[in-house]
Design a protein. Structure first.
Length: 98
């Protein structure tokens, strides 16, 4: 984490189409009782062929996870790789430190 950004280095396969990497949460208002906040890291290859291995850095702003009256929130990020294995990352976003 840097400032209010969560940074990942990702590796993926592709060839010539634009790929999209998204960090998503279920719609709805965040409350302190719903912690850790569950997020999912998604990769949309747009039907691209898997010929070339790529590596990229992606960053996501965490400002939208702030809950009024709190100084920090806990979150959990899951993602599934090409082999169906689930990746999980747990963290804390401290508003004053970022």
């Amino acid at each position: 984490m840097t400032d209010s950004l969560l940074n990942f280095e990702i590796k993926y396969w592709g060839h010539y189409k634009t790929h999209y990497i998204n960090l998503v949460k279920q719609p709805g208002e965040l409350t302190s009782a719903e912690q850790p906040i569950e997020l999912e890291l998604r990769h949309n290859a747009n039907g691209d062929v898997e010929d070339i291995p790529y590596a990229a850095y992606v960053s996501f702003k965490l400002d939208s996870l702030q809950i009024d009256g709190q100084e920090s929130v806990s979150f959990k990020i899951t993602s599934t790789d090409y082999d169906g294995e689930v990746f999980e990352y747990n963290g804390d976003y401290n508003y004053g430190n970022n």
